[in-house]
Design a binder for this molecule. Sequence first.
Ligand code: GDP
Ligand code: MG
Length: 191
Amino acid sequence: SQKPVQVKLVLLGEAAVGKSSVVLRFVQNDFQEYKEPTIGAAFLTQKCRLEDKVIKFEIWDTAGQERFRSLAPMYYRNALSAVVVYDITSSSSFEKAKSWVKELQRQASPNVIIALVGNKLDLVEGSQEEEEEERDDATATPNQDQSRAISRDEAQAYAEESNLLFFETSAKTGEGVVEVFTEIAKKIPLE
Ligand code: GDP
Ligand code: MG
């Protein structure tokens, strides 16, 4: 058996985008419809087993409220990875995510691995496959997708130009959540 590589990870993003819910899904494979807001920050750990290594994530789940903002550097300082979450139905949360990315790129460790995560995918009408089928079928009514505020393409383009990993997730259904942590784990250099 291998000794796990400990990796400090910080979650950042506007209040109520689902940071704690994403962590709860990853750590306990659970979801709570009425999750109490995080005060200050919460600490959790979870291992991620890859073929060639075991990563033990030490997760700092921060509170999104402005009154806790000044505490954030305490959590992202020395963090090897950061997960910046927004809600795909909220454009203000996407702007907030961008400002966190800027701050991380200026103030966090230069090698920090940043993942941008658009959460609450379940709130958007239709799965990817259904949308593709609709596109093929000229008689189908177009998917208005009114709940979505930030398109996958827009976020993907921003992530590419800013050198970020990018995912869309649903903490509610679990879609995409494990991938976030697995892809970060893959990018951690072996000691
Ligand atoms: P945080 O403030 O960023 O930590 O957000 P929370 O994890 O506390 O979630 C805020 C609210 O959004 C809670 O009511 C959650 O149940 C809900 N929520 C979180 N993730 C999702 C999701 O993927 N889908 C839906 N529909 N609701 C979510
Ligand atoms: Mg929280």
